[in-house]
Design a protein around this ligand. Structure first.
Ligand code: CA
Length: 689
């Protein structure tokens, strides 16, 4: 089934694509096979680049004046508009005002930029610094001139679109993109962009006011082009796009609050964007991962929907976090649940009118390594495409494939045995966090000749990560030798939004050992440790070296201090109710798992799937008024491992070994008693026998 049909009565389903030009030969429009796929699957299209300001600002055109910045459409944008019209799609137009990919000339007197000098020495080390080159504020135009430029740019843009007959195709327009950046610490939470610096914190207001006025004016002026009576407001609505504010990390509570505050802010002698009815929609970009919190996302969607007429998801892509054979499967599971939740929110009243996937095929995504999209390079559909269909039709994605975990000690000395070719450290699980690379270095070593380093490092958060996905749900011992002259060397875990710190050591001009035990949380498809630094002063970061890394399994610990996902209800008839409680615990001051029930066979199982095919040593504490406690291996034919008398009303330690079957998807231990009294379980510890 194709998405366009499945979603036809729900919302526009779109893709963001680019046209083939110059060296960009892997793009979509201009490639007949990709064009056919887009037309088959999607009802909406967005130009991923072609309609961004830098390509369409006519500051060098003969019509430009100091207070008049005309829109001059670039040929690739025009080609895309013509393609959309010829193929019967609609377009989400992106974008009028953005800080990035905007002509720097637009902010300058006589359109002549003056740049602050870049440090030549640093530039030699790192040519990327040129991208961080800043305009010198001496060249800025004044606020009023910039407002006239903004007004003329938006007015001539819409004049062109209406006059050329494209207005029927464009159903939504991103007026302002990404104006909020809390890290910039401005008084109003606005990004410290040139728009903000030259106009002030109401540049968003003026962009919306100019856009609204231009839509009204040109839709009436050119109504005849569309066969519409210019006095017929209902008919005019058909050629008036939804005007949208668009941003990323839009579900995060702080960012959401700042976005809403900006849209409601009055001042400078005018009302607010929402108060004056200048905005029609909020665009949630939706650059997320397959372990994001969907509840938080839907909460934000509902809140935005209560403020404006429409919400749209404008740049959706879902990064794969799983590194094994189930990579596409877990991504699809997330996509399906995400769309099911969107549909439920819509049904409950949120006016979601469009969802755009940011790209067509994984190989041409802006985040290539994360495979975030619905189609592969060869244009075949991934399981994530099936997920979008099933979200509507109710189909089932099936089960993940069984994966063998390597629970052996992981040892890395970064040496290459004689006669072997040196391997890229990525092949054994090390990667740089940031846009650089992990490299073997001969500069220094704790053992042998080599250590591991990462380059370039501009910030504390750019460091070395190490894949520990084999140990998900397990407690591990980490020992590593680290070298950096930064103030501190840090060991953490790469969990989006949380980034727990595990250990730190002081930096210095010698090798230091960093050691810690860490319970690798469940609920992740993959997990990486992170080695970084904390610098004493802002500025460039000290190099970081890593050697002799050892990661060993301690075991699986569960003392039920938080919501648990290793315990599940088990039984043939009435099932038990299980709960984490602070009423009972082995040490008398923490929590345990409670099981309450009406039947003897209503009991529980504990997930030990990490140990499939292995013999394990199990210890746990059980408290019950019944007289016997039994533990065994669950399955179609459960195997009893231990039966011990219960010390009535006291915690009883149960210890046993168990051999788990091989070649299955999951392995579970069951816990039961000889009666139907409630029972409690605490301090479960499983290790290899
Ligand atoms: Ca070494």
């Amino acid at each position: 089934m194709v998405l366009k049909e499945v979603y036809k009565d729900l919302f526009y389903i779109g893709t963001a694509v680019e046209s083939i030009h110059d060296q960009f030969t892997n793009n979509e429009i201009g490639n007949p096979d990709k064009e056919a796929l887009i037309v088959r699957e999607f009802s909406s299209m967005t130009c991923a680049n072609e309609m961004k300001p830098v390509y369409n600002m006519g500051w060098s055109s003969p019509d430009a004046r100091e207070d008049y910045l005309p829109y001059v459409i670039n040929p690739n944008a025009k080609k895309m508009l013509d393609w959309v019209r010829a193929n019967g799609l609609k377009m989400r137009a992106h974008v009028m005002v953005w800080h990035s990919q905007c002509a720097q000339e637009a902010f300058c007197k006589e359109y002549k930029p003056v740049f602050l000098p870049v440090d030549e020495e640093k530039l030699k080390e790192n040519p990327r610094l040129r991208f961080f080159q800043r305009l010198d504020p001496v060249c800025f135009v004044d606020r009023d001139t910039m407002l006239r430029r903004l007004e003329s740019y938006i007015d001539t843009m819409l004049d062109y679109i209406y006059r050329e007959g494209y207005a029927e195709q464009i159903y939504a327009w991103d007026v302002v993109n990404e104006a909020i950046e809390l890290a910039d610490k401005t008084e109003t939470g606005l990004r410290n962009s040139y728009w903000y610096q030259v106009i002030g914190d109401d540049f968003i207001y003026w962009a919306f006011r100019f856009a609204k006025a231009a839509v009204k004016k040109h839709s009436v002026q050119y109504a005849g082009v569309y066969g519409i009576d210019p006095t017929d407001e209902a008919a005019l609505a058909r050629i008036r796009p939804t005007l949208v504010y668009n941003d990323y990390n839009e579900w995060q509570p702080d960012k959401k609050a700042a976005i809403i505050a900006a849209l409601k802010r009055e001042g400078h002698g005018h009302g607010s964007i929402i108060g004056e009815g200048l905005i029609d929609g909020i665009g949630m970009q939706g650059h997320i991962s397959d372990n994001n919190d969907i509840d938080e996302y839907i909460d934000a969607l509902n809140e935005y929907a209560s403020l404006v007429r429409e919400v749209q998801i404008t740049e959706l892509d879902v990064k794969c976090t799983c590194t094994n054979i189930n990579r596409e499967y877990y991504q699809a599971v997330f996509y399906k649940e995400f769309f099911e939740r969107l549909l439920a929110a819509k049904k409950a009243g949120a006016n979601l009118t469009s969802v755009t996937i940011w790209g067509l095929t994984d190989d041409n995504s802006w985040i290539r390594g994360a495979d975030p999209l619905l189609f592969r390079k060869d244009l075949t559909a991934k399981k994530s495409h099936e997920a979008l269909v099933y979200a509507v039709t109710g189909g089932d994605l099936g089960e993940p494939e069984y994966v063998v975990r390597n629970l052996d000690k992981h040892v890395f000395d970064f040496e290459t045995p004689e006669g072997e070719e040196q391997k890229d450290p990525e092949t054994y699980g090390f990667k740089m966090r940031g846009f650089g690379k992990c490299l073997l270095s001969e500069e220094r070593a704790h053992s042998g000749k080599f250590s591991l380093t990462s380059t370039p490092r501009f910030a504390d958060w750019m460091g070395i990560t190490c894949d520990v996905s084999d140990f998900i749900g397990q407690t591990i011992q980490i020992d590593a030798w680290v070298y950096s002259e930064a103030k501190e060397i840090t060991l953490g875990a790469d969990i989006e939004g949380v980034f727990p710190q595990i250990a730190t050591v002081e930096g210095g001009a010698e090798w230091k050992k960093i050691s810690a035990s860490y319970k690798v949380p469940t609920g992740q498809h993959s997990l990486r440790l992170f080695f970084g630094t904390k610098e004493a002063n802002p500025g460039p970061c000290s190099p970081l070296f890593l050697d002799d890394v050892e990661i060993s399994l301690i075991g699986q610990e569960e003392s039920f201090e938080e919501e648990t996902n290793i315990a599940a209800i088990r039984g043939a008839g009435h099932l038990p109710f299980i709960f984490v409680t602070d009423k009972e615990s082995v040490d008398g001051k923490s929590k345990s798992l409670g099981v309450t029930r009406q039947e003897k066979d209503a009991t529980i199982s504990l997930d030990v799937s990490a140990y499939i095919g292995k013999t394990i040593d199990v210890t746990m504490f059980v408290k019950t008024a019944d007289s016997l406690i039994r533990i065994g291996v669950d399955g179609s034919e459960p195997v009893l491992c231990a039966e011990v008398p219960s010390k009535a009303g006291e915690w009883t330690e149960v210890h046993t070994t168990a051999t788990l079957p091989d070649g299955v998807l999951s392995a579970k231990l069951y816990v039961e008693t000889d009666g139907r009294a409630d029972f409690f379980v605490d301090d479960v510890f499983v290790k290899l026998a």
